[in-house]
Unconditional design. Structure first.
Length: 347
């Protein structure tokens, strides 16, 4: 087989989201045939490691060459000349912001479970608690280890395979953070640039609620792949979620979708399902703004106890864990769509 033969077979592999084959979309970086070793090495422009859809593309490539007289070796990367110029986080493939228009909707819970879920899939993950005024991620994952530093760089601790950084590590217990905007900008930038994140597939950022200085700093400083908007079903939360959507829209940031928290409660005694905060609000919001609906997570005491005891629910079994896992998979899939579409358009 020669390169033309291999490319012809790859042209039968369809991208499940972009509506064309991977050759026409420009998602084949390189084909290298080493006849002596009986090997064909194929580099694919896939940018969301361990996302189900990109794993399926890789599987389809192997199937397309299954009867070829060559062993297939696959690799995946977005070429450097097609990546963003911003090198603030050169070792991080995807920066995903988790945001909400208001507090109390379970945004930090969603961020923790997305990060832990991505790690469980096999990805290299970091979690940056960017809620300067109310950091609580270390408590939610029972992170007892503190960051280490040599005076110049900060080495983040790990929990559940996730590298952690939070303002909570740097302040005294119960000390309030009373800073103006410029100081917030400085500390966020420093925490991002001075932390040894290493090579990460995903850096999940738990933003504070609202649309203030921290969000603006991150939007202006970091190369975001996209954002996840967290809401609850009731109208007051949906109204504030729209403000978050508009904030990202004004800064040309992709929104990966809307995740709904507290989407009903299943009574453990009677088995009945009660829509305490209404129903369908998150999905309706996504539909109205032509965005993906990532999924809904029910009210479940396990979410609270997991947040208190430091064990993310997504790592367990059951209805609520499955709901979080679906959201994790959708986030990864939609990040992949953003990266592949960007690569295809630049080519």
């Amino acid at each position: 087989m020669n390169e033309s033969d291999v490319r012809e077979r790859l042209a039968t592999v369809q991208d499940p989201d972009l509506g064309d084959d991977i050759v026409s979309l420009g998602l084949v970086n390189d084909i290298d045939i080493e006849a002596e070793a009986n090997v064909v090495r194929i580099s694919l422009a896939l940018g969301a490691p361990f996302s189900p859809h990109e794993s399926a593309i890789a599987g389809d490539v192997r199937d397309a060459l299954a009867d070829a007289p060559l062993d297939v070796e696959l690799s995946a990367s977005i070429p450097d000349d097609l990546s963003a110029d911003d090198q603030v986080l050169p070792g991080v493939q995807n920066v995903i912001a988790v945001a909400s228009g208001k507090g109390g909707v379970g945004k930090s819970t969603m961020a923790v479970n997305i990060a832990a879920g991505l790690s469980e899939l096999g990805a290299r993950v970091g979690l940056f608690d960017a809620d300067v005024y109310g950091p609580n991620v270390p408590r939610m994952v029972s992170a007892e280890e503190r960051p280490q530093t040599d005076g110049e760089t900060i080495v983040p601790p790990e929990k559940f395979g996730v590298k952690l950084m939070s303002m909570d590590f740097l302040t005294g217990e119960d000390d309030p953070v009373i800073w103006r905007g410029p100081m917030v900008h400085k500390i966020i930038t420093q925490l991002v640039e001075d932390v040894e994140w290493g090579e990460l597939d995903y850096l999940v950022m738990d933003l504070p609620p609202g649309t203030g200085d921290t969000q603006l700093t991150i939007l202006q400083t970091l190369p975001l792949t996209g954002a996840v908007i967290v809401t609850t079903p009731q109208e007051v939360a949906l109204d504030d979620a729209v403000k978050g959507l508009r904030m990202f829209g004004k800064h040309d940031t992709n929104v990966l979708g809307v995740a709904e928290n507290m989407a009903g409660f299943r009574c453990p005694d009677c088995g009945g399902f009660h829509e305490i905060f209404g129903s369908g609000g998150g999905k309706a919001l996504a539909t109205e703004h032509e965005l993906p609906f990532l999924g809904g997570v029910p009210l479940d005491p396990a979410v609270r106890t997991g947040g208190d005891d430091g064990d993310p629910v997504v790592l367990d079994d059951g209805e609520t864990a499955d709901a979080f896992k679906l959201i994790v998979e959708n986030v990864a899939n939609n990040a992949g769509i953003v990266r592949r579409r960007g690569t295809s358009e630049k080519r």
